[in-house]
Design a protein around this ligand. Structure first.
Ligand SMILES: [Zn+2]
Length: 124
């Protein structure tokens, strides 16, 4: 089953459409080379928009956002103890959690339901 490469939500259980998005936005000079494309849910795509960086709330420094082609998800993110929230474990991870709102209420609710069905948490 296909998942958003940012929040890892399953396409099959998400009512919003998914898209192929530009990791480095076209507005920032990104091209359509496969190295710059990612599969994203509508929420992550909308919140990411043309952002390329965000502030890490812990260090208050600006970090580039997570890059699905170049970064490993588990290097920058981990599931909370109850697995309903994505925790950033690096500056890039924390900045990306905030910028893309990876713990939107609907995502948390979906994770709760999918846990009951044995479909969450995914193994990144
Ligand atoms: Zn997503």
């Amino acid at each position: 089953m296909r998942r958003c490469e940012y929040c890892l939500a399953l396409e099959a259980f998400s009512p919003g459409g998914y898209c192929i998005e530009h990791v480095l936005p076209v507005a920032a000079g990104g091209d359509s080379d496969p190295e710059n494309l990612a599969f994203a849910c509508a929420g992550c795509n909308a919140h990411k928009s043309d952002k390329t960086a965000a502030v890490d709330p812990v260090t208050r420094r600006s970090f580039r956002l997570f890059h699905p082609r170049r970064d490993r998800w588990a290097r920058h993110f981990a599931w909370s103890a109850d697995t309903f929230h994505v925790d950033g474990i690096t500056g890039i991870g924390r900045a990306s959690v905030l910028a893309l709102k990876l713990n939107r209420p609907a995502l948390v609710n979906l994770r709760r339901l999918l846990l009951r069905e044995g479909l969450h948490p995914p193994v990144p």
